[in-house]
Write a protein that binds this ligand. Sequence first.
Ligand code: SF4
Ligand SMILES: [Zn+2]
Length: 270
Amino acid sequence: MFLAGAECPFTCSFCDLWRWTLDGPTPPGALPAQLSKALESLAPPFPHRLKLYNASNFFDRRAVPVEDLPRIADLAAPFGAVTVESHANTVGPLTLEFAALLSGKLEVAVGLETVHPVAAAHLNKKLELERFDRAASFLAEQGIDLRAFVLLGAPYVPAAESIDWTVRTVEYAAAQGASRVAIIPVRGGNGEMERLQALGHFVPPTLAQLEAALERCLTTRSAVVTADVWDIARLSGCENCRSQRVARIQTMNLTPHPEPPPRIPCSACA
Ligand code: SF4
Ligand SMILES: [Zn+2]
């Protein structure tokens, strides 16, 4: 469920989530009201997992008023697992408080983005790898699941090394205890990506790269790795085999087996 609330205080270069946020702090009561209304339209049986995405950091008090946590937890009671997003820097005591209020298991989704040292420094994310590691160990010690987001095509990663760095970053997240990793192709459209592209620092990722990166990650044993197919139609690729590639990515997402399904040869882009 996408909840509207305060804008994230970080300004990562690749992010466009600010378009879906409010000016000013989230008013108390606003998130429970949105959640309750959204749940009314869901007919039981409910899915196992509820994902609450608020286009910011769930444990930022400005984005999620602390007094709303018990009501949000009550509303989430029918679900066996609840996922929220947070920058590694805001994982802490409030995370434990929320986990204790939930009847289901908490999973925190954290953007690791890339371990490429130059690219990571340019993302404006203010995330040191060491901070990610600490958040990951903290969550593991408390029995809270970790999901990681990893970018494909992060600015300042050379296009020829793009897949390699994505795979390395996925492996890093899995080694730090992430049980799920989502590969997210960087989207243009927020203005900053277009500026970086004009300067030659950003090359939009392609459909074939997404497919190849996911395929290479299927051997990651300790985590389920999936490709984010949001806006997949915007990724450039061969029009002759686009639908087969998208279907193959979806098959790999749904049946994460070390052996990927065979690729149908394409005469146009072989
Ligand atoms: S921390 Fe997350 S929500 Fe905030 S700007 Fe960065 S990517 Fe966007
Ligand atoms: Zn093709």
